[in-house]
Design a protein around this ligand. Structure first.
Ligand code: SF4
Length: 294
């Protein structure tokens, strides 16, 4: 039909405009919004047709000007919008704590009583003692590890082995003492051979941890290692993707850092952990020191 751009040409034009938009060039769209770009059908005597026949349609002020030729040299691509950080993806399956409303008048004592001589998961078979948690029940700072080791299993207390001694040094370097903070783990019974807790064990035991954190309601939670961080954040992301960043956990600030056992194997990472702990000190209003613990 005279005066109508063939359909295949319209598609080519649309594709080209989309291509320029992908490049951040939006001048086309401003022109089109101003009514200067051809939209599909012109009458035979229209300025578009006249322009195509090299006449000067814009000399008639009553007629719209034809689309002007784009000078790509003058086009400044739009600045890329600043993207917010990606949200942490949820684990598949029902959240363990989304559905769990805070239990009214819950206490650490009641949680311990509810736990009892727990046989809910297979970790009970080889344990010597349940390692519930230790420290100030009103602590502003809670450290969460993954599970007890041999020393912890023997003594019934968290972080009392070599890694625990390093954690104690870290706490003291922050200007605190162990009795000022609360320390607990994701699972409360020792995994055999100090292996990582398995998914079903975490799923069974962690609701008790969630209740502990609800009761204590600390200002800051430090996750020691990936298991604790992934459990509280309900994410499968590697800890390196969010280590040292403040995140939210049910109203508390949460920061993940390396487990002290990892630091025993990789002393070079102590500096990174010390930087993380200094962020915690800043949130708690503790004086930030310059030297890191040895
Ligand atoms: S790890 Fe937790 S759920 Fe499993 S037996 Fe021990 S206390 Fe119970």
């Amino acid at each position: 039909m005279p005066g109508q751009i063939p359909e295949n040409l319209q598609k080519q034009l649309a594709d080209r405009l989309a291509f320029y938009e992908d490049l951040g060039i939006r001048l086309f769209y401003r022109d089109r919004a101003a009514g200067n770009v051809f939209h599909g059908e012109w009458p035979a005597e229209s300025p578009g047709n006249m322009a195509r026949s090299n006449e000067m349609p814009h000399e008639d002020p009553t007629l719209p000007k034809p689309a002007r030729k784009l000078d790509l040299q003058k086009v400044v691509p739009a600045a890329a919008p600043k993207m917010p950080p990606l949200p942490l993806p949820a684990l598949a399956g029902p959240s363990l704590f989304d559905a769990a409303d805070k239990i009214v008048d819950d206490t650490l004592l009641r949680i311990r009583e509810d736990l009892g001589e727990c046989t809910r998961c297979k970790l009970h078979k080889n344990r010597h003692s349940i390692v519930f948690g230790d420290g100030n029940p009103k602590a502003e700072l809670v450290f969460v590890g993954e599970g007890p080791g041999a020393d912890e299993d023997a003594q019934g207390l968290p972080f009392v082995g070599r890694a625990g001694k390093l954690l104690t040094q870290m706490i003291e370097a922050m200007g605190l003492q162990r009795k000022d903070v609360y320390i607990c783990n994701v699972v409360k019974c020792r995994p055999p051979e100090n292996r990582l807790p398995e998914e079903d064990e975490v799923k069974t035991c962690s609701p008790f941890l969630f209740r502990q954190l609800d009761v204590i309601a600390p200002k800051a939670i430090v996750c020691l290692g990936a298991v604790a961080a992934k459990t509280l954040l309900q994410t499968n992301r590697g800890i390196s993707q969010f280590r040292g960043q403040w995140l939210d956990y049910r109203g508390s600030k949460l920061l993940a850092t390396y487990h002290p056992a990892y630091l025993l194997r990789n002393p070079n990472a102590k500096g990174e952990v010390w930087k993380d702990l200094q962020k915690v000190m800043a949130v708690l209003g503790l004086q930030v020191k310059r030297s890191k613990p040895s």
